[in-house]
Design a binder for this molecule. Structure first.
Ligand code: C2E
Ligand code: MG
Ligand code: MG
Ligand code: MG
Length: 296
């Protein structure tokens, strides 16, 4: 009795697993065609200076409009792309499209500050990455100083020598680097000093859980404060990701955090809306305008 049940449940799990692998294979097939089928697009999330209250740049975030499944999150298809070796084509599309968009903002006279592009460690460490970035900049006549590459700490663990080599080459083009999701990985503090790192992007996990209960000074607050202090000591600016509440904004600013990004200021938006956002910040500052009172 029991044995039969266990076998049944084992087979059930096995089926579920092969089902998932099968579905991922189908999805990967679709993803392979996505760049050519016009199914990929970028949204841009503004980054702001917390004290000066200006727009300092934006982050390009990839979206995939699947013909049957609707818009799929990069949290789903980026890991798949990395697994199936598709990240190079997908990442290439993101890079060229980000440079094209930045060029277009320049031509429209929009002071966007710079564009941040997420780079998988597989891309950075792949042969020909430097040439690819150089070509994307040249094609769109974009100064390297307007491009920031966001890498994660995993890249430093995987092949620090190759990473350092290509980072220095790219730095010579004026390109800046930031460490994404800082605090969740394993980067040695030594490398932070040795590598050309322009800023630390404090992982939103820490920021999100900061000040959840009013007045609390818990572990997250301690981690954030320590990261900010580290940035100060190494002379690397820190940008806090995932700022959602005014309390978090206030607390971070008080702790000396330079820059921020999060739903409090703006969600990722279409490129065409970014110019309006920059204009609004110039007129009203970085915080959303209070909604007009309904009672009057
Ligand atoms: P990330 O680079 O850490 O990007 C920040 C993520 O947090 C984005 O999610 C953004 O929409 C979200 N976010 C921003 N502010 C807030 C906030 O206040 N609250 C909350 N809850 N979330 C906020 P998204 O766009 O879904 O991207 C998820 C991840 O997918 C990114 O994390 C990045 O690791 C990866 N990704 C996105 N685009 C690309 C790409 O072009 N290439 C690569 N390799 N990875 C990408
Ligand atoms: Mg990022
Ligand atoms: Mg991040
Ligand atoms: Mg991330």
């Amino acid at each position: 009795e029991v044995k039969r049940k266990q076998r049944g449940s084992y087979r059930f799990h096995e089926n579920r697993m092969s089902q998932r692998i099968y579905e991922n294979t189908l999805l990967a097939k679709d993803l392979e065609k996505a760049p050519h089928n016009d199914e990929l697009f970028l949204v841009f999330q503004p980054q702001v200076a917390l004290q000066r209250q200006t727009v300092i740049g934006c982050e390009a975030l990839l979206r995939w409009r699947h013909p049957d499944r609707g818009v799929i999150s990069p949290a789903v298809f980026i890991p798949l792309a990395e697994e199936r070796g598709l990240i190079h084509q997908v990442g290439r599309w993101v890079l060229y499209e980000s440079c094209r968009q930045a060029r277009s903002w320049l031509d429209q006279g929009i002071s966007f500050g710079g564009v941040g592009v997420n780079i998988s460690s597989l891309q950075l460490l792949a042969q020909g990455f430097f040439e690819q970035v150089k070509d994307a900049l040249e094609l769109h006549q974009l100064p390297g100083s307007l491009l920031e590459l966001e890498i994660t700490e995993t890249v430093l663990v995987q092949d620090i020598h190759q990473a350092e080599l290509v980072m220095n080459q790219l730095r010579a083009l004026g390109i800046r680097f930031s460490i994404d999701d800082f605090g969740t990985g394993y980067s040695s503090l030594l490398y932070l000093q040795r590598l050309p790192i322009g800023r630390l992007k404090l992982a939103q996990e820490f920021v999100r859980d900061t000040l959840l209960s009013s007045g609390s000074q818990g572990q997250n607050e301690a981690v954030v404060a320590a990261a900010l202090q580290l940035g100060k000591n190494l002379n690397i600016p820190v940008i806090a990701e995932g700022i959602e509440t005014f309390a978090q904004f206030d607390w971070l600013r008080e702790k000396g955090c330079d820059e921020g990004q999060g739903y409090l200021f703006a969600k990722p938006m279409m490129a065409s809306d970014f110019g309006t956002f920059v204009h609004d910040v110039e007129s009203y500052g970085i915080l959303p305008q209070p909604a007009e009172s309904a009672s009057t």
